[in-house]
Design a protein around this ligand. Structure first.
Ligand SMILES: [Zn+2]
Length: 252
């Protein structure tokens, strides 16, 4: 089953949370997002949260959002609700209430609409760069903070920038998370490791055909290959150098 990954959605007249090319690449315009949700419906599929997706119902697509931007509530939630879709919103705990991000009361509102909240760290660092204390803050304390806001347990974690390693997985497991979502572009099945869930990140440049294939769980080998090459570059260059290089390439 495909798990889609969305980020902030662009609304006319509203400033985005970040402006660097590596971020904007994953920002869809509201009409494009709406067209994609309608395409899911028209294909006879249903959008579901991570918890529901893990029961692997037939004809479903997992729908996830990272970062906890305000457009989760302003744009995505009303449309998803209208279509009868579920979704999981992974929230960066330390950004709750900051300009452009959901506030604690907005988090409660989105929960009240029946959507699921997951955790996306405390301050959005690359977790693989952190020591043990840093990991504890970003994985364990971030969970406590979110649970305090929404007065519900948080079962799912997604890794900022997709970065994860064995220490990250161990800390997430010990903290009581039931799953860990990555940005590895692959579909999930009942035999997939729950602490290495794949997700297909949707970029603003994606064509309708490619999107439909994603929803059917067809990930092109070229797409998977590019992701593997990017992954290798991140490891070889280190996170900081990789981000600088990507910014240069995307500005061209
Ligand atoms: Zn993120």
């Amino acid at each position: 089953m495909a798990f889609l990954l969305y980020h902030e959605i662009a609304l006319q007249g509203r400033e985005l949370c970040e402006s660097e090319p590596g971020y904007v690449r994953y920002v869809l315009d509201a009409p494009q997002f709406e067209a994609q949700m309608l395409a899911i419906k028209q294909a006879g599929l249903e959008g579901v949260s991570v918890s529901s997706a893990l029961e692997f119902p037939s004809r479903a697509v997992g729908i996830t959002f990272d970062d906890g931007c305000e457009t989760d509530l302003l744009v995505a939630a009303p449309l998803l609700k209208k279509l009868g879709f579920g979704a999981t919103f992974y929230v960066t705990s330390g950004r709750v209430g900051q300009n452009g991000y959901m506030s604690a009361s907005q988090l409660r509102e989105i929960c009240g609409l029946g959507f699921e909240i997951g955790c996306h760290s405390m301050t959005h660092p690359f977790l693989t760069d952190l020591d043990r204390d840093g990991l504890r803050r970003e994985i364990v304390e971030a969970k406590d903070r979110l649970e305090h806001f929404i007065a519900q347990p948080v079962h799912h974690f997604s890794c900022p920038g997709g970065r994860h390693d064995a220490r990250v997985i161990e800390m997430a497991r010990d903290a009581g998370y039931r799953t860990l979502a990555t940005s590895i572009p692959r579909t999930n099945s009942p035999s997939t490791d729950r602490y290495a869930l794949g997700r297909l990140a949707i970029t603003r440049g994606i064509k309708a055909r490619a999107f439909q294939r994603f929803c059917r769980g067809e990930v092109a080998w070229t797409f998977a290959l590019h992701a593997r090459l990017r992954d290798r570059a991140k490891r070889v260059l280190g996170n900081a150098a990789y981000v600088r290089l990507r910014a240069i390439l995307l500005r061209r």
